[in-house]
Every structure is written in structure tokens, then in C-alpha cells.
Design a protein around this ligand. Structure first.
Ligand code: MF3
Ligand code: CO
Length: 263
């Protein structure tokens, strides 16, 4: 899973670097697809969903721009200066999955959008830092929610979409909600791997799904951000499998032990 996670991290960096005014989201997806092949990995997203009655997902990335929250399908949309873009991306390598999302601006971002992305990223790390063997899923959910609400910025925290267990499949039990209470939910056993992924808006938390059956947007048209990492929860600490440095810098800054396995 670490090897899959590193590939995810590298390709997300490449996509972020290629994003610029005038570039389409389909072009970014094509870049990611090419890089998956070069790495000898398999997309976790392409074709996903048909087993539970959804139209098979048609791309290797989800690219969600501005009012799109998650699961935006890449296409002809041309990126423009000031857009807030989230790219969600996952691959498997030798049958093991990695899943991560980043949010970034195209060119210069408004202060409001930059703050939203920063707050969402911070909420993801707060959730990660709350994960421990013997703890509960609700500890993570609470930490994510609290990190956003304490700002009193009027942000919406999306409760309808959640993080998830991950391993041999991209989505495994348990769900990891972005709102919740300490001490509730499933116990976290050693070696549990979770995708922790807050979605936050500048307005309300109400969502709608477009006719493509995938793209989730804010009902009020407000801008959304989404950050995600895949994390291994080990007896001695955490290992952020989709972070280039394994999470060492961010974990250490939060006083959380960094526990890689022969990285
Ligand atoms: N990676 C997304 C998640 O974070 C799911 C993508 S749905 C897909 O859970 F259809 F694009 F695969
Ligand atoms: Co995920």
C-alpha cells in the first residue's frame, strides 16, 4: 500500500503542476492515465460503480471545480484563473490500493477560497492525528468536524459523503464520517488503513448530484474543497501512505508518532 500511495502522491503532484488557465480537466486526466501506465499500476476509479448500479466511472481522476464537491468527471471544462480545483486519485499496485485528494488554485486564488482549502487540509490532518489503535472512528470524525467548526467561519461540513477503510479494495468498512462524537463508532484495530477525507464548503452543506449521476455539487452554488490521505494506523503511531514523506513532518508537528514500516 505504501508503494501504491507513493505513485498516487507523485501523480497528484504532476497533475497539480500541469493545471493552468486554458487547460481542460480531460487533459489533466489524460496526464494521470499516462503516468499510471508508466508506473505499472491500475486505476482504482476507471470502471468503478457498475457492480452497484452506477454508470461505470469513465476516468482515472475525479476533478471537482469550484461548486463541485466531489466525483467531478473530467471533460471539456477549461480551467480559469481563480478556480478552486480538487483532484481525487487512486491506484492499486499488486492488488493494494492508495487513495488521496488535493485542492489547489489555478493562478491567483481569492483569500476566501485559499482559506477554505487551508481549513479543509488542516481538518484532514486533525482527523489523521486523532487516529490510534484502540481508539474509535468517532474520535477521527469529531476531530475533523471540530477543526472546521472552531473557526466560526460559517463553513459547511459535508456529512453525506465519508472517508472509508481501504486495502484490497478502494472502499472497505468502516465508513469514516466527517462529523461525529468521541468514543462512538467502530474500534480501530492495529494495522487498520483508512482514507480520511473532509469535504468543506463556503456555504451550506446541502448537496445535489448532476444528471451524469456522479458529480456532486453544492446546492447553494458555494465553493467546496476536498483533501484526502490514506493512513495506516500502527501500534507505534501512524504512517501516511499517500504523503511523499509518509506524513513525518505533519505528524511530528502535531506530536503524533511517525511509524513507518521499513519505508
Ligand atoms: N476516491 C473517491 C473516494 O475518495 C471515490 C472515487 S469514486 C470513483 O472515496 F468512481 F471515481 F471511483
Ligand atoms: Co476515498
Amino acid at each position: 500500500m505504501r508503494s501504491a500511495g507513493r505513485i498516487v502522491a507523485d501523480i497528484l503532484n504532476a497533475v497539480r503542476e500541469a493545471a493552468a488557465p486554458g487547460v481542460t480537466t480531460a487533459e489533466l486526466d489524460a496526464l494521470a492515465a499516462e503516468r499510471i501506465n508508466a508506473a505499472g499500476a491500475i486505476s482504482s476509479f476507471l470502471g468503478y460503480g457498475s457492480s452497484f448500479g452506477m454508470p461505470p466511472y469513465p476516468a482515472v481522476t475525479c476533478i471537482s471545480v469550484n461548486e463541485e464537491i466531489v466525483h467531478g468527471i473530467p471533460g471539456g471544462r477549461v480551467l480559469a484563473e481563480g478556480d478552486l480545483v480538487s483532484v481525487d486519485f487512486g491506484v492499486s499496485l499488486n492488488g493494494w490500493h492508495g487513495d488521496s485528494a488535493v485542492t489547489f488554485g489555478v493562478g491567483e486564488l481569492s483569500a476566501e477560497r485559499a482559506a477554505l482549502s487551508d481549513a479543509t487540509r488542516e481538518a484532514m490532518w486533525a482527523g489523521i492525528a486523532a487516529a490510534r489503535v484502540g481508539g474509535r472512528i468517532g474520535d477521527i470524525s469529531h476531530a475533523v468536524e471540530r477543526s472546521i467548526r472552531k473557526r466560526n467561519a460559517g463553513y459547511g461540513v459535508i456529512a453525506e459523503y465519508t472517508g472509508h477503510g481501504i486495502g484490497r479494495r478502494m472502499h472497505e468498512p468502516p465508513d469514516v464520517p466527517n462529523v461525529g462524537r468521541i468514543g462512538r463508532g467502530e474500534l480501530i484495530g492495529k494495522g487498520t488503513c483508512l482514507a480520511i477525507e473532509p469535504m468543506v464548503t463556503l456555504g451550506s452543506d446541502a448537496t445535489a448530484t448532476l444528471d451524469d449521476e456522479w458529480t456532486v455539487v453544492t446546492r447553494d452554488g458555494s465553493t467546496a474543497a476536498h483533501w484526502e490521505h490514506t493512513v495506516a494506523i500502527r501500534p507505534g503511531g501512524l504512517w501516511v501512505l499517500t504523503a511523499i514523506d509518509g506524513g513525518e513532518a505533519e505528524l511530528t508537528a502535531r506530536g503524533v508518532p511517525f511509524a513507518p514500516l521499513g519505508d
